[in-house]
Design a protein around this ligand. Sequence first.
Ligand SMILES: [Zn+2]
Length: 310
Amino acid sequence: MKIFNIIFIFILYFYSHPIFSANKFNLVPIEVSKNVYVFLGDIDDVNNNNGGAISNTGFIIGDNSILVIDAGPSYLYASNVIEIINSYSNLPIKYLVVTHHHADHSFGISRYLEINTEIIMAEAEAKRYLKYGNRSLRQLHNLIGEEWLLNTKINTFNNLGKKYPINLDLGNRNITIELFEEGHSDGDLIIKDISSNILFAGDLVFNQRAPTSPHANIYNWKNYLDEIMNKDWDYLIPGHGNIIKNKEDILQTKKWINFIDKTAKEASKNGVSALEIFNKGLPQIIKKYKLGKETWYRDLPILINKYEFE
Ligand SMILES: [Zn+2]
Protein backbone atom coordinates (compact mmCIF):
# COMPACT_ATOMS: atom_id res chain seq x y z
CA MET A 1 0.00 0.00 0.00
CA LYS A 2 2.72 2.38 1.03
CA ILE A 3 4.78 1.80 -2.12
CA PHE A 4 1.75 2.67 -4.28
CA ASN A 5 1.37 5.91 -2.39
CA ILE A 6 4.99 6.77 -3.06
CA ILE A 7 4.65 5.98 -6.75
CA PHE A 8 1.43 8.00 -6.91
CA ILE A 9 3.02 11.00 -5.22
CA PHE A 10 6.03 10.73 -7.51
CA ILE A 11 3.83 10.67 -10.63
CA LEU A 12 1.78 13.58 -9.32
CA TYR A 13 4.93 15.57 -8.60
CA PHE A 14 6.44 14.82 -11.98
CA TYR A 15 3.37 15.86 -13.93
CA SER A 16 2.65 18.95 -11.89
CA HIS A 17 6.25 20.19 -12.19
CA PRO A 18 7.15 19.65 -15.84
CA ILE A 19 9.20 22.86 -15.85
CA PHE A 20 11.68 21.44 -13.35
CA SER A 21 12.32 18.35 -15.37
CA ALA A 22 12.75 20.14 -18.71
CA ASN A 23 14.13 23.53 -19.84
CA LYS A 24 17.74 22.92 -18.86
CA PHE A 25 20.64 23.66 -21.16
CA ASN A 26 23.49 21.79 -19.40
CA LEU A 27 26.06 24.30 -20.60
CA VAL A 28 29.72 23.42 -20.17
CA PRO A 29 32.33 25.80 -21.62
CA ILE A 30 35.35 24.41 -23.45
CA GLU A 31 38.63 26.28 -22.92
CA VAL A 32 40.09 26.64 -26.43
CA SER A 33 43.02 28.71 -25.21
CA LYS A 34 43.80 30.49 -21.95
CA ASN A 35 40.80 32.74 -21.19
CA VAL A 36 39.02 31.90 -24.45
CA TYR A 37 35.95 29.69 -24.04
CA VAL A 38 33.24 28.19 -26.22
CA PHE A 39 29.85 26.66 -25.48
CA LEU A 40 29.11 24.30 -28.35
CA GLY A 41 25.49 24.33 -29.53
CA ASP A 42 23.44 21.20 -30.13
CA ILE A 43 24.12 19.66 -33.53
CA ASP A 44 20.40 18.90 -34.01
CA ASP A 45 17.74 21.25 -35.39
CA VAL A 46 15.82 23.54 -33.00
CA ASN A 47 13.62 21.33 -30.81
CA ASN A 48 11.96 21.05 -27.44
CA ASN A 49 14.95 19.26 -25.89
CA ASN A 50 17.66 21.77 -26.82
CA GLY A 51 15.52 24.90 -26.31
CA GLY A 52 16.89 26.39 -29.53
CA ALA A 53 20.50 26.33 -28.31
CA ILE A 54 21.99 25.12 -31.59
CA SER A 55 24.65 27.75 -32.28
CA ASN A 56 28.01 28.31 -30.60
CA THR A 57 28.64 31.01 -27.99
CA GLY A 58 32.07 32.26 -26.97
CA PHE A 59 33.61 34.43 -24.30
CA ILE A 60 37.02 36.04 -23.94
CA ILE A 61 38.38 37.32 -20.63
CA GLY A 62 40.88 40.20 -20.60
CA ASP A 63 42.57 41.88 -17.63
CA ASN A 64 39.81 44.53 -17.35
CA SER A 65 36.69 43.20 -19.04
CA ILE A 66 34.96 40.36 -20.84
CA LEU A 67 33.59 40.07 -24.37
CA VAL A 68 30.86 37.58 -25.32
CA ILE A 69 30.26 36.31 -28.84
CA ASP A 70 26.59 35.72 -29.67
CA ALA A 71 23.61 36.00 -27.36
CA GLY A 72 22.06 32.60 -27.95
CA PRO A 73 18.36 31.83 -28.51
CA SER A 74 16.70 33.25 -25.40
CA TYR A 75 16.75 35.21 -22.16
CA LEU A 76 17.06 31.94 -20.26
CA TYR A 77 20.08 30.81 -22.28
CA ALA A 78 21.80 34.19 -21.88
CA SER A 79 21.11 34.13 -18.12
CA ASN A 80 22.75 30.70 -17.89
CA VAL A 81 25.79 31.84 -19.86
CA ILE A 82 26.19 35.00 -17.77
CA GLU A 83 25.94 32.97 -14.56
CA ILE A 84 28.70 30.63 -15.72
CA ILE A 85 30.93 33.51 -16.89
CA ASN A 86 30.48 35.17 -13.48
CA SER A 87 31.69 31.98 -11.83
CA TYR A 88 34.93 32.22 -13.88
CA SER A 89 35.58 35.93 -13.40
CA ASN A 90 34.00 38.87 -11.63
CA LEU A 91 35.10 41.36 -14.31
CA PRO A 92 32.28 43.18 -16.14
CA ILE A 93 30.85 41.75 -19.36
CA LYS A 94 31.52 44.90 -21.33
CA TYR A 95 30.76 43.78 -24.90
CA LEU A 96 28.39 41.41 -26.66
CA VAL A 97 29.12 40.88 -30.34
CA VAL A 98 26.10 39.50 -32.20
CA THR A 99 27.43 37.95 -35.39
CA HIS A 100 24.05 38.35 -37.21
CA HIS A 101 20.30 38.58 -36.59
CA HIS A 102 19.22 34.92 -36.78
CA ALA A 103 17.22 33.96 -33.67
CA ASP A 104 19.66 31.32 -32.40
CA HIS A 105 22.39 33.99 -32.23
CA SER A 106 20.47 37.09 -31.16
CA PHE A 107 17.45 36.39 -28.95
CA GLY A 108 19.41 36.57 -25.69
CA ILE A 109 20.18 40.28 -26.29
CA SER A 110 17.55 41.53 -23.81
CA ARG A 111 19.36 39.79 -20.93
CA TYR A 112 22.66 41.58 -21.72
CA LEU A 113 20.92 44.96 -21.86
CA GLU A 114 19.93 44.42 -18.22
CA ILE A 115 23.61 44.31 -17.20
CA ASN A 116 24.53 47.31 -19.39
CA THR A 117 26.62 45.36 -21.84
CA GLU A 118 27.41 47.24 -25.05
CA ILE A 119 25.90 45.42 -28.04
CA ILE A 120 27.91 45.31 -31.27
CA MET A 121 25.95 44.19 -34.32
CA ALA A 122 26.04 45.17 -38.00
CA GLU A 123 23.54 47.97 -38.59
CA ALA A 124 21.67 46.08 -41.31
CA GLU A 125 21.32 43.07 -39.02
CA ALA A 126 20.16 45.12 -36.03
CA LYS A 127 17.43 46.50 -38.30
CA ARG A 128 16.37 42.99 -39.31
CA TYR A 129 16.40 41.84 -35.67
CA LEU A 130 14.00 44.67 -34.78
CA LYS A 131 11.83 44.32 -37.88
CA TYR A 132 11.37 40.55 -37.93
CA GLY A 133 12.25 39.61 -34.33
CA ASN A 134 8.74 39.40 -32.93
CA ARG A 135 7.53 37.32 -35.84
CA SER A 136 10.42 34.85 -35.42
CA LEU A 137 9.78 34.81 -31.68
CA ARG A 138 6.16 33.72 -32.26
CA GLN A 139 7.36 30.99 -34.62
CA LEU A 140 9.86 29.83 -32.02
CA HIS A 141 7.11 29.80 -29.35
CA ASN A 142 5.09 27.44 -31.53
CA LEU A 143 8.08 25.22 -32.11
CA ILE A 144 9.54 24.79 -28.62
CA GLY A 145 6.92 26.18 -26.22
CA GLU A 146 6.79 29.25 -24.02
CA GLU A 147 8.84 28.03 -21.03
CA TRP A 148 12.08 28.05 -23.00
CA LEU A 149 11.39 31.65 -24.06
CA LEU A 150 10.31 33.14 -20.76
CA ASN A 151 11.21 36.88 -20.60
CA THR A 152 12.71 36.80 -24.10
CA LYS A 153 12.01 40.17 -25.70
CA ILE A 154 13.05 42.02 -28.83
CA ASN A 155 14.56 45.25 -27.53
CA THR A 156 16.02 48.29 -29.23
CA PHE A 157 19.57 49.23 -28.29
CA ASN A 158 22.15 51.86 -29.12
CA ASN A 159 24.24 50.63 -32.02
CA LEU A 160 24.86 53.80 -33.97
CA GLY A 161 27.90 55.08 -35.80
CA LYS A 162 30.09 52.00 -35.60
CA LYS A 163 32.90 51.87 -38.14
CA TYR A 164 34.46 48.55 -39.03
CA PRO A 165 36.92 47.07 -38.38
CA ILE A 166 36.51 47.73 -34.66
CA ASN A 167 39.54 47.33 -32.40
CA LEU A 168 38.92 46.69 -28.71
CA ASP A 169 41.21 46.23 -25.75
CA LEU A 170 39.87 44.03 -22.94
CA GLY A 171 43.03 44.71 -20.92
CA ASN A 172 46.20 43.20 -22.40
CA ARG A 173 43.93 41.48 -24.86
CA ASN A 174 43.26 42.99 -28.28
CA ILE A 175 40.22 42.06 -30.32
CA THR A 176 39.41 42.93 -33.93
CA ILE A 177 35.87 42.80 -35.31
CA GLU A 178 35.42 42.74 -39.08
CA LEU A 179 32.22 43.23 -41.05
CA PHE A 180 31.41 41.01 -44.05
CA GLU A 181 28.43 42.52 -45.85
CA GLU A 182 25.83 40.38 -47.61
CA GLY A 183 27.33 36.95 -47.11
CA HIS A 184 25.47 34.43 -44.96
CA SER A 185 23.39 37.41 -43.76
CA ASP A 186 23.29 41.13 -44.60
CA GLY A 187 26.14 41.78 -42.16
CA ASP A 188 28.21 39.00 -40.62
CA LEU A 189 30.74 39.92 -37.95
CA ILE A 190 33.99 37.99 -37.53
CA ILE A 191 35.88 38.33 -34.26
CA LYS A 192 39.58 37.73 -33.85
CA ASP A 193 41.37 37.38 -30.56
CA ILE A 194 44.88 38.49 -31.49
CA SER A 195 46.90 36.89 -28.67
CA SER A 196 45.44 33.39 -29.03
CA ASN A 197 45.09 33.67 -32.83
CA ILE A 198 41.52 32.38 -32.64
CA LEU A 199 38.85 33.44 -35.12
CA PHE A 200 35.10 33.37 -34.39
CA ALA A 201 33.51 33.16 -37.85
CA GLY A 202 29.78 33.13 -37.00
CA ASP A 203 27.59 31.46 -39.62
CA LEU A 204 29.97 32.19 -42.48
CA VAL A 205 31.36 28.78 -41.48
CA PHE A 206 29.35 25.68 -40.55
CA ASN A 207 31.04 22.49 -39.41
CA GLN A 208 29.54 18.96 -39.58
CA ARG A 209 26.07 20.19 -40.54
CA ALA A 210 24.40 21.69 -43.61
CA PRO A 211 24.81 25.49 -43.90
CA THR A 212 21.55 27.45 -43.98
CA SER A 213 21.07 30.14 -46.60
CA PRO A 214 17.64 31.85 -46.36
CA HIS A 215 19.18 35.36 -46.34
CA ALA A 216 22.42 34.60 -48.12
CA ASN A 217 24.23 36.15 -51.03
CA ILE A 218 26.07 33.04 -52.15
CA TYR A 219 28.41 34.77 -54.60
CA ASN A 220 29.84 36.98 -51.83
CA TRP A 221 29.76 34.16 -49.30
CA LYS A 222 32.03 31.99 -51.48
CA ASN A 223 34.58 34.81 -51.75
CA TYR A 224 34.45 35.41 -48.01
CA LEU A 225 35.19 31.72 -47.40
CA ASP A 226 38.34 31.99 -49.54
CA GLU A 227 39.32 35.06 -47.56
CA ILE A 228 38.74 33.24 -44.24
CA MET A 229 40.79 30.26 -45.44
CA ASN A 230 43.69 32.55 -46.31
CA LYS A 231 43.63 34.37 -43.00
CA ASP A 232 46.11 33.53 -40.28
CA TRP A 233 44.47 31.61 -37.40
CA ASP A 234 45.18 28.59 -35.22
CA TYR A 235 41.59 27.71 -34.35
CA LEU A 236 38.34 28.76 -35.97
CA ILE A 237 35.05 28.69 -34.09
CA PRO A 238 32.22 28.16 -36.59
CA GLY A 239 28.64 29.35 -35.95
CA HIS A 240 27.56 25.71 -35.70
CA GLY A 241 29.52 22.53 -35.04
CA ASN A 242 32.90 21.65 -33.63
CA ILE A 243 35.98 23.85 -33.34
CA ILE A 244 38.05 23.82 -36.55
CA LYS A 245 41.81 23.32 -36.63
CA ASN A 246 42.24 22.14 -40.20
CA LYS A 247 41.58 24.72 -42.93
CA GLU A 248 40.22 22.03 -45.26
CA ASP A 249 37.17 21.71 -43.00
CA ILE A 250 35.93 25.05 -44.31
CA LEU A 251 35.42 23.47 -47.73
CA GLN A 252 32.32 21.66 -46.41
CA THR A 253 30.50 24.99 -46.28
CA LYS A 254 31.77 26.00 -49.71
CA LYS A 255 30.78 22.71 -51.36
CA TRP A 256 27.25 22.91 -49.99
CA ILE A 257 26.57 26.51 -51.01
CA ASN A 258 28.10 25.87 -54.46
CA PHE A 259 25.84 22.88 -55.01
CA ILE A 260 22.57 24.41 -53.81
CA ASP A 261 23.34 27.62 -55.74
CA LYS A 262 24.09 25.81 -59.01
CA THR A 263 20.95 23.65 -58.66
CA ALA A 264 18.74 26.68 -57.96
CA LYS A 265 20.17 28.73 -60.85
CA GLU A 266 19.70 25.89 -63.34
CA ALA A 267 16.17 25.24 -62.12
CA SER A 268 15.11 28.85 -62.47
CA LYS A 269 16.70 29.10 -65.92
CA ASN A 270 14.96 25.95 -67.16
CA GLY A 271 11.63 26.55 -65.42
CA VAL A 272 11.99 23.48 -63.20
CA SER A 273 10.23 23.57 -59.81
CA ALA A 274 11.73 22.55 -56.47
CA LEU A 275 9.14 19.77 -56.26
CA GLU A 276 10.34 18.26 -59.53
CA ILE A 277 13.88 18.24 -58.17
CA PHE A 278 12.73 16.71 -54.86
CA ASN A 279 10.88 13.96 -56.75
CA LYS A 280 14.15 12.81 -58.30
CA GLY A 281 15.39 11.88 -54.84
CA LEU A 282 18.06 13.23 -52.56
CA PRO A 283 21.42 13.99 -54.28
CA GLN A 284 24.35 12.03 -52.86
CA ILE A 285 26.20 15.14 -51.66
CA ILE A 286 23.21 16.27 -49.55
CA LYS A 287 23.17 12.96 -47.69
CA LYS A 288 26.69 13.56 -46.42
CA TYR A 289 25.65 16.49 -44.21
CA LYS A 290 23.93 16.39 -40.84
CA LEU A 291 20.45 17.99 -41.33
CA GLY A 292 21.17 17.89 -45.08
CA LYS A 293 17.70 16.69 -46.04
CA GLU A 294 15.86 19.24 -43.85
CA THR A 295 18.04 22.14 -45.02
CA TRP A 296 17.77 21.11 -48.68
CA TYR A 297 13.95 20.99 -48.53
CA ARG A 298 13.78 24.31 -46.71
CA ASP A 299 16.36 26.39 -48.60
CA LEU A 300 16.22 25.19 -52.23
CA PRO A 301 12.70 26.59 -52.94
CA ILE A 302 13.71 29.93 -51.35
CA LEU A 303 16.76 30.15 -53.60
CA ILE A 304 14.92 29.14 -56.80
CA ASN A 305 12.29 31.75 -56.01
CA LYS A 306 14.97 34.37 -55.47
CA TYR A 307 16.65 33.68 -58.83
CA GLU A 308 13.31 33.77 -60.65
CA PHE A 309 12.91 37.38 -59.62
CA GLU A 310 16.41 38.45 -60.54
ZN1 LIG B 1 22.56 32.17 -39.28
